[in-house]
Design a binder for this molecule. Structure first.
Ligand SMILES: [Zn+2]
Length: 293
């Protein structure tokens, strides 16, 4: 049971990259697996906060509402992880360096901000050295109105909500470049800087293309590749965690799969043209001037 150090993947060599959707989903799945093994005992017997704030103050309702509650499931919305109970949810954002781990007695570390004591004696620790993370309480029925969760676009892996027609409508007459548009959380959540670049490369679309000039066939390709890169990274995350245990070291992001991210000046993996780099929408961006138009 003590395999679980999934959150530690956010301490990646890629500094200062934030954990993106696949990393967060990997942490969520790892936590869910951990809790499921003792499903009937996943009761929060005590919540211990070692400080009152992380990025923002931790509301007292985290303790008053969730103590004694059974964790019914682990959900991800955008890059938030929600520990669901009948009385509401514990909302967690990993920020840049947040991680969850099983912390047996004696395993207290600097920057552990919160301990969830479970009724079966286990203890989960939330650690976040740089404190860009977040812990908050979401009352029942506040899933779309809580300040962190309101104004979020659809999940990229949700085929009912995020599809080519939706993307085309969102792009309609927009002069903004396509890359910042697909990274806009109010349009679609969880497409961060790494995977936006990869998806645009695979779809053959320049990150500088005006969103309003996206063609319907390209929207189909872009949606398909956004889903593809995220799904592949989530799958790689699973294997990364297994490797992690054997190696006992930091695996970092799933960088071996990248075609363009962080490869400025290097040859395109498809046509060998040197990759170009520029700041687009405030974020460093790399692309192939031949393959992406
Ligand atoms: Zn190329």
């Amino acid at each position: 049971l003590d395999f679980f150090f999934a959150g530690e993947i956010s301490n990646a060599r890629h500094n200062p990259a934030m954990p993106e959707l696949p990393e967060v989903e990997t942490v969520r799945a790892g936590l869910a697996r951990l809790l499921k093994k003792n499903a009937t005992h996943a009761i929060i017997s005590r919540i211990e906060l070692t400080r009152g704030d992380i990025r923002k103050p931790i509301p007292t309702t985290v303790v008053t509402q969730l103590t004694g509650q059974t964790i019914l499931g682990l959900r991800r919305r955008a890059k938030y992880i929600l520990f669901d109970t009948a009385q509401g949810s514990l909302l967690c954002h990993l920020g840049m360096t947040g991680s969850w781990r099983l912390a047996p007695p004696g395993d207290e570390r600097e920057h552990d901000h919160c301990y969830l004591h479970l009724s079966d004696g286990r203890r989960l620790a939330f650690r976040d050295p740089r404190r860009f993370g977040l812990l908050d309480f979401v009352a029942p029925g506040q899933d779309t109105t809580h300040p962190c969760l309101a104004h979020l676009g659809p999940e990229p892996l949700d085929e009912q909500m995020f599809h080519a027609d939706y993307l085309l409508t969102a792009c309609h007459k927009r002069k903004q470049a396509i890359k910042p548009l697909i990274m806009d959380q109010s349009i679609v959540v969880g497409v961060g800087n790494i995977y936006a670049q990869e998806a645009l490369f695979l779809a053959g679309i320049s990150p500088r293309r005006r969103a309003g000039r996206l063609r319907p066939t390209e929207a189909v390709e872009l949606v398909k590749h956004i889903r593809h890169v995220l799904t592949a990274a989530i799958k790689a995350g699973g294997s990364t965690i297994s490797d992690f245990r054997q190696a006992g070291g930091s695996s970092g992001y799933f960088q071996h799969q990248f075609n363009v991210y962080d490869r400025a000046g290097l040859p395109c993996t498809r046509c060998t043209t040197p990759l170009r780099a520029a700041v687009i929408g405030g974020r460093g961006t790399t692309w192939c001037p031949t393959c992406q138009r």
